[in-house]
Design a protein around this ligand. Structure first.
Ligand SMILES: [Zn+2]
Length: 61
């Protein structure tokens, strides 16, 4: 599993519909909105400052 850098959700590389390559590294996203947000400002998310919660940010149960 990969981690969506925008919302910290787990994403399966095998089935991920949204991915982006940045500086030679491939990132996977749970939704097109996460991909768009990442591509708009990758450094923001790679520094870990983007998400306001850690763990599984996308889902509540
Ligand atoms: Zn996401």
């Amino acid at each position: 599993m990969a981690i969506d850098p925008v919302c910290q959700m787990e994403v399966d590389e095998a089935t991920a519909k949204w991915k982006s390559t940045y500086k030679g590294q491939t990132y996977y996203f749970c939704a097109p909105g996460c991909k768009t947000a990442f591509e708009a400002d990758p450094e923001k998310y790679l520094k870990g400052g983007g998400a306001h919660s850690h763990g599984h940010g996308c889902g509540h149960h």
